[in-house]
Ligand binder design. Sequence first.
Ligand SMILES: [Zn+2]
Length: 209
Amino acid sequence: MAYRRTLASDALALEMPDGTVRQVLFADERAVADALAPGRQILDGIAISWGLLPLGSMFVSKASRSAETWDSGSSSRVSGAAFGFAALGSDVGLYAIHSSSNAEARRSAPFVAKRYERLARALRSFEGSRRHLRDALVVDVLKGEPEACGEDMVRVTCSLHPDPGRGFYLHRHAHHFQCFSCGACGSEVDWLRAKYGLSRQHATSILAG
Ligand SMILES: [Zn+2]
């Protein structure tokens, strides 16, 4: 599931898990930039399958086949179950989404709407210094059901140990993390070492590459 830019600077095309494509019209280019944050595409696909407008968007087109709009290339199939949502693929996926249908969807599934918004805002709130590390951290953090925690922090379930609470805090620029449950803390290099068992030299070379 991935967003692709379109000819219009305020619209993106999103491939859905069933292989169809939705055109998403955003309020402005800032909202487009936010939507391109790693992990947002997955969340937005889930939101759309529930009939919700993605954060910062005003309209979502009806589903079309990917060949009708662009070359889809490869895409991964991601289950919404990982985020605590029910499975994707409800009937609502066939229809265009606009502000009034969005309001109706929010009324019928308030828990999903709030959860989506919270996760999407949390993703928007930090930018890693290096894209691939940020991707790894964000994907990791996304699995842990992040909560925005003030302006600069995201609080999440720690993936370095079994964490019943949300003891892991990530700074918005992904330069520094600290887990108040297991005590792990440090820089992005330290996180890579702890998570993947790399040597300092290997972790540093990944960041440099
Ligand atoms: Zn921990």
